[in-house]
Design a binder for this molecule. Structure first.
Ligand SMILES: NC(=O)c1ccc[n+]([C@@H]2O[C@H](COP(=O)([O-])OP(=O)(O)OC[C@H]3O[C@@H](n4cnc5c(N)ncnc54)[C@H](O)[C@@H]3O)[C@@H](O)[C@H]2O)c1
Length: 244
């Protein structure tokens, strides 16, 4: 589905981003695995099937790092046809206790990065006259909210608004922009939770289980590929029915 296409996945060193890299590579893509953790990015890239993958150490919330990635892309002479904005963090606290740093850090990594990365890659695509699919990994929390996550929920709602606005602006430029909203997914983060909290979460899910990272990757693959050529500005909920 992505035969010989070049794809950038941010946050590709772990969890959902890593699953997306594996799914894309198995579908024929060449990956730029972009992550804050160099060793994690290299480990992902090194274990992918196929050839032509690379790892790129980047803080996606830092404009200078994004500019460095732009130079890397320019020097390779090929504009990517897929960008997945997947890097994300949580810094949970109730509103009454949240510090300004907890608020700002989550804004920077989860939302500002989506602006920086999407603008940079979209400009490259327009300059090259090549098609692009941007897939933003939001969260069902951006639609329904979550206790202790005013910062995170605000960023994930922001990503949805960004996605729809960018999709409108870029539709005639052969650039599609969509978002995936995962529900509760089995990752190191959820596995570290106390069983009681996890059970309470699962009981809210109509399908009564956590999602797997591969199930998110399947949805992202659909939106990244030409299978979704007439789909832009949409939000695809992959939640086992949570938040429908
Ligand atoms: N796990 C879930 O249940 C769930 C649910 C809904 C949405 N999401 C979203 O999916 C995405 C991935 O989540 P995950 O659970 O796989 O997380 P994870 O922590 O396993 O992976 C996140 C990756 O992003 C990288 N990263 C963090 N900050 C970065 C930065 N500034 N620059 C570049 N890379 C950075 C990390 O190094 C890590 O490799 C996030 O956007 C998250 O909000 C996750």
């Amino acid at each position: 589905m992505l035969s010989s296409k070049l794809a950038i996945v941010t946050g590709g060193g772990s969890g959902i981003g890593q699953a997306i890299c594996k799914k894309f590579a198995a579908s024929g893509a060449r990956l730029i695995v972009a992550d804050l953790k160099k060793s994690a990015a290299e480990a992902t890239a090194g274990n992918l099937p196929g050839n032509g993958h690379s790892a790129f150490e980047i803080d996606v919330s830092d404009p200078e790092h994004v500019a460095r990635l732009q130079e890397f892309i320019k020097s390779s002479g090929e504009s990517p046809s897929v960008l997945v904005n997947c890097a994300g963090i949580t810094k949970d606290a109730t509103l009454l206790k949240m510090s300004q740093n907890q608020w700002q850090d989550v804004m920077n990594v989860n939302l500002n990065s989506v602006f920086l990365m999407s603008q940079m890659i979209a400009r490259e695509s327009v300059a090259a006259g090549s098609p692009l699919s941007i897939v933003n990994v939001s969260s069902i929390v951006g639609k329904i909210g979550n206790f202790g996550q005013t910062n995170y929920a605000a960023t994930k709602s922001g990503v949805i608004g960004f996605t729809k606005s960018a999709a409108r602006e870029l539709a005639t430029k052969n650039i599609r922009v969509n978002a995936v909203l995962p529900g509760f997914i089995r990752t190191p983060m959820t596995e570290a939770m106390p069983p009681k909290v996890l059970d309470a979460m699962v009981s809210m899910v109509p399908q009564r289980r956590l999602g797997e990272t591969e199930e998110i990757a399947n949805a992202v693959l659909f939106l990244a590929s030409d299978m979704s050529s007439y789909v832009t500005g949409t939000t695809l909920e992959v939640t086992g029915g949570l938040g429908m």
